[in-house]
Design a protein around this ligand. Structure first.
Ligand code: ZN
Ligand code: ZN
Ligand code: ZN
Length: 284
């Protein structure tokens, strides 16, 4: 009873600073951190929700809201950055997304660049040795290939080092990430309010799912019927199905909002900003 009461009395839910999903669990007083059930990030419980006051070590005026995934230090939204790295684990590609503080971000960047340089050097040594071995049998001209490979490998490594720099430069801060996710959530809310039940139905049935799965339409119909029997109106039932199946309410806007939706929007804004800067640089 006590639990339920304090949950109902709280004016609003704690929103995950990383994905802005509401944290709906009961937070016992004095809890320092909780795990977001939606994105898995560690959330520092703000004082408003009973957590201790923790300040950002870089900005004493700002409250710390999240943890660095590497050093576990607590930082404000301007001091944590979302780093996406692609890893090969066995045969599958794993996309790793972490929020890191500036120091750990730079460390990760240096690490990635170091690995790339080391791999390039190894590749050069290895291919030189192979060519050298073959040149015993097929003639010394084979060694000339090294002269071609050397600038080629160096150019390739240089280009990839540039790409790493660019990717880290584009890493959005937690504040930016949060602003964009709130903006997109607002957009979703207004779409929910303005779209009619028929438009929503069309989005569900007309999506690419149906074309792939023959039984999807009757499946939707059946769930619709059940939800409406339990008291939801048609639109509410359709929205519920949409969020259960993680469908798009508009291009690039899933219900619930996905991390990728947010990242694409940040990328789009970043490109727009860059184009604007280029334009003004030209005209001035
Ligand atoms: Zn989250
Ligand atoms: Zn760190
Ligand atoms: Zn800070």
């Amino acid at each position: 009873m006590g639990r339920e009461a304090s949950r109902l009395e709280s004016p609003e839910y704690l929103l995950c600073p990383f994905c802005s999903a509401p944290y709906r669990e009961f937070i016992p007083p004095g809890t320092v951190q909780v795990k977001c059930p939606y994105c898995g990030s560690t959330i520092l419980v703000p004082p408003k929700f009973g957590g201790p006051v923790q300040r950002c070590p870089n900005h004493s005026e700002s409250l710390a809201i999240g943890l660095c995934s590497k050093c576990y230090g607590s930082f404000c939204g301007d001091c944590l950055f979302l780093i996406t790295s692609v890893k090969m684990v066995g045969k599958s590609v794993i996309i790793d997304r972490l929020f890191l503080c500036a120091k750990c971000r730079d460390g990760a960047k240096d690490g990635e660049k170091g690995t790339l340089i080391a791999n390039t050097i190894w590749l050069l040594i290895f291919s030189s040795l192979i060519l050298y071995a073959f040149s015993w049998q097929y003639g010394g001209w084979l060694l000339n290939i090294i002269l071609v490979l050397l600038p080629l490998f160096i150019a390739l490594a240089y280009w990839r080092l540039k790409a790493i720099d660019e990717r880290y430069k584009m890493a959005p801060s937690l504040r930016k990430f949060r602003e964009v996710s709130l903006k997109l959530n607002d957009k979703i809310e207004s779409l929910k309010a303005t779209l009619t039940a028929e438009e929503l139905y069309h989005k569900i049935i007309g999506g690419k799912w149906t074309r792939l799965e023959v039984g999807y339409k009757p499946f939707v119909e059946k769930r619709l019927e059940e939800y409406m029997k339990s008291g939801l109106d048609r639109k509410e039932a359709l929205l519920k199905i949409m969020s259960e199946d993680g469908l798009e309410i508009a291009p690039g806007l899933h219900i619930p909002l996905r991390l990728d939706d947010i990242l694409h929007e940040i990328e789009r804004e970043f490109k727009l900003e860059r184009r604007k800067q280029k334009f003004f640089a030209k005209s001035s």
